[in-house]
Design a protein around this ligand. Structure first.
Ligand code: SAH
Ligand code: SF4
Ligand code: F3S
Length: 482
């Protein structure tokens, strides 16, 4: 997100912007262009949010830049999911403090904001430990950034030479969803994210998301369709619907019907020019018949599904509070493959959850053998403050976690490699959405999310084209135009 080109339209601010005494007006603040740098950690939802923060600040004169040096404002959009992810925040803040002080020495300022899930979880603590931070805001309050920035700018102007930050903290979960206050989205290419669902009520015992993102919320169907049409109108060909539990989506349509994700996909598939639809992340429990049959019916729905299972041991799945067994998961996959035999699967795994024995781990390996994944993410269990699993007995030693992770990753990489090799000789439809490193080279996405490298004429950029696959590595494909 940090490399966004400047948005082409600095749209008028949403008429719904709150009008408190701290209200910022675009006229008052625009003038000279200011540089905004956003560093994004974590999941696609954070990538989406960073894009929307860019959209929110554009009318106030902030244009994206791709480096923190020289930026008038820096946002770090943080992730709390594992300890390593959270730790990055303070080391990054340490580096930014130096930049901020250098700018102050030059008589300028740099507004420093911490957003995202660490901000939500540790708001006060961030301000204590890093008092030079100006703004701490949670994932549900970034529509209010203009007011916060206006306050920070005023404080900076009135207190030259100050050492501490402004210390604005907003980690509320407002009753009115932020989506009602965001400006129109700006597309930055032919593939875009669209957030349709947020939050989680599942409370897996290892996970912070229900605490950092709040309760499950689905956007109304018409809002989603409107945003989709706007993006497609700007050249978007592929939409990835986002949600922490995207298939728990249950939005209300204008005529009062409750639509699940399958029906939402059916509505989206009627939009002219929208060639591809994806969704992530799904929960096995919420994968209902309407969504499974959408995979049979809709050619736009890509035959690739990220469906995290976490473990193959029923005992561990129960301790994780996942609400399904390994057999339930395998049965759903079988039905999905009946709906679309081409369907390729990806998953998330946690090894070393408290109490996990060798036999439990073997069950995970067996599940991977049974299902066969074309891609996967696997992690060592990381105890997170405030979650039930963090205080469970029988925490697994680090060396055992490492050994299990290596074994699992070796198996998953072998499956990924075998799948990539099996694509050689196939003709795949590829959306060419990035330029490659070499002259004339482009990189696209196959239906199965593999990056595909190809040399192609410039006019094909942003299009879905048929490529013959002529080579494969462990993580990507090489194609030729046919
Ligand atoms: N909503 C999704 C996952 C969101 S978090 C789902 O229900 O599956 C993304 C992934 O991070 C999870 O699937 C899990 O594999 C991993 N993860 C979450 N908490 C973790 C923890 N405490 N330690 C290690 N990995 C974790
Ligand atoms: Fe976390 Fe579980 Fe919710 Fe996924 S379903 S976000 S893993 S609590
Ligand atoms: Fe991380 Fe928050 Fe996403 S904790 S994974 S950024 S929902």
């Amino acid at each position: 997100m940090s490399s966004h080109p400047a948005p082409s339209h600095a749209a008028a601010i949403d008429a719904n912007q709150p009008t408190a005494e701290t209200t910022a007006s675009p006229e008052a603040l625009s003038g000279e262009k200011k540089r905004l740098f956003i560093r994004t950690y974590g999941c696609q939802m954070n990538v989406y949010d960073s894009g929307r923060m860019t959209d929110v600040l554009a009318p106030f004169g902030y244009a994206p830049t791709d480096q923190p040096e020289g930026a008038d404002m820096v946002v770090i959009n943080t992730c709390h999911i594992r300890e390593k992810a959270s730790e990055k925040v303070f080391s990054e803040l340490g580096r930014l403090r130096v930049l901020k002080e250098e700018r102050r020495a030059d008589g300028k300022d740099m507004i420093l904001a911490v957003a995202g899930c660490v901000a939500q979880a540790e708001g006060e603590f961030i301000l204590q430990r890093a008092p030079f931070v100006d703004i701490v805001l949670g994932p549900q309050t970034y529509h209010k950034l203009p007011e916060m920035v206006a306050r920070a700018e005023r404080a900076a102007a009135s207190k030259t030479g100050r050492k501490t930050g402004v210390g604005i903290l907003d980690t509320d979960f407002p009753l009115e969803p932020k989506f009602d206050h965001l400006p129109e989205p700006v597309a930055h290419g032919s593939a875009a994210f669209l957030s349709v669902q947020e939050g989680c009520d599942k409370f897996c015992t290892f996970c912070v998301v229900p605490y950092t993102r709040g309760a499950e919320y689905s956007r109304p169907v018409d809002d989603v369709l409107k945003e989709a049409r706007l993006l497609v109108g700007q050249g978007v060909r592929e939409l990835t619907l986002l949600g922490q539990n995207v298939n728990a989506y249950h939005g209300t349509s204008a005529d009062g019907r409750e639509l699940g994700l399958g029906d939402l996909c059916r509505e989206l598939a009627t939009i002219d020019g929208l060639e591809r639809i994806r969704y992530t992340t799904s929960h096995p429990r919420d994968l209902d018949d309407a969504l499974i049959s959408a995979h049979a019916e809709l050619p736009q729905l890509m035959p690739f599904l990220h469906l995290p299972v976490q473990s193959g041991s029923d005992r561990i799945l129960k301790a994780m509070n996942r609400g399904h067994t390994a057999a339930d998961y395998i049965a759903k996959i079988e039905r999905l493959r009946q709906a679309n035999p081409d369907l390729a699967l990806s998953s998330d795994f946690i090894v070393g959850f408290p109490g996990e024995t060798d036999a439990d781990f073997d069950a995970t390996m067996a599940l991977v053998q049974t299902v066969g994944f074309v891609q996967a993410y696997s992690f060592k269990y990381s105890p997170r403050p405030g979650t039930p699993a963090a205080t469970m007995e029988q925490q697994v030693p680090e060396n055992v976690k490492s050994a299990r992770l290596s074994a699992l990753q070796a198996l998953l990489s072998a499956q990924q490699d075998a799948f990539n090799q099996s694509c050689i000789g196939r003709d795949l439809r590829v959306l060419l959405d990035r330029t490659g490193r070499h002259d004339g080279q482009m990189v696209g996405r196959s239906p199965f999310m593999q990056p595909v490298h190809v040399t192609a004429p410039a006019e094909l950029f942003g299009q879905v084209v048929t490529l013959r696959i002529v080579g494969a590595t462990a993580t990507s494909l090489a194609g030729e135009l046919v």
